[in-house]
Design a protein around this ligand. Sequence first.
Ligand code: CTP
Ligand SMILES: C[C@](O)(CO)[C@H](O)COP(=O)(O)O
Length: 231
Amino acid sequence: MTQFWVIIPAAGVGKRMASTQPKQYLMLNGKTILDTTIEKFLEHPQITGIAVGVSPDDEYWQQSEWAGNPQVVRFDGGQERSETVLNGLQVLMAIGVSDDESVLVHDAARPLVTEAALTRIMAHTGDQGALLAIPCKDTLKLAEEQRSTATVDRSVIWQAQTPQKFPLMALYQGLASALEEGVAITDESSAMELIGWQPDLVEGESSNLKITVPEDLVIAQALLSIQQTAK
Ligand SMILES: Nc1ccn([C@@H]2O[C@H](COP(=O)(O)OP(=O)(O)OP(=O)(O)O)[C@@H](O)[C@H]2O)c(=O)n1
Ligand SMILES: C[C@](O)(CO)[C@H](O)COP(=O)(O)O
């Protein structure tokens, strides 16, 4: 089975969560969100190593139960998520991961990803990279000042999740190019689209939510309890 490195960007401040500490360090059923996410990858047989990007002035990482794990490498994140991922790619290059080796990038804030979904994205073959995503199920509105002005054709809309998977050097070049051109990007696939890639959308799961605002934490706690009971 193909083995993978995963980069976990965990250097955000969690503005939208509006909590006293970065949201990745909030507790979720007895563990931090970040430790729960890291554990999902440590448990997967196809993961070689995990590079975790935290803020240079992060005061919480040393309390992580995985801070001393030999499979886990800490590195300094950047001001933007894309910079954190770029730093992580440089760490993998320094470790000796080859240019054409596919690597995964997964948000620390998505602790509910399942082993089955991870296996799906790892098993995906194709030369355009891939990301977990779910087709839009709701009716979508265009808005102006919180008033609906039009309805969007949802049949062509998918919600991007993570992990996202690309060859190491191609991803580095795509992200560096977007950064150099000052293009604001919020995920790896958007940077790759800018250089002509058309990544495959691999079936994700609605439960693989990104914990962003306070109500997401309540939902995540319930979903994680279900996952843990099913184990
Ligand atoms: N400079 C940054 C910004 C974000 N992230 C990470 O990228 C993931 C997804 O980003 P998001 O949900 O937006 O997290 P925050 O940026 O912390 O949230 P907010 O936008 O509300 O501040 C998170 O795991 C976050 O820690 C990162 O590694 N480096
Ligand atoms: C990468 C991502 O989770 C895909 O949906 C999303 O783009 C992260 O965006 P954020 O603004 O950094 O939360």
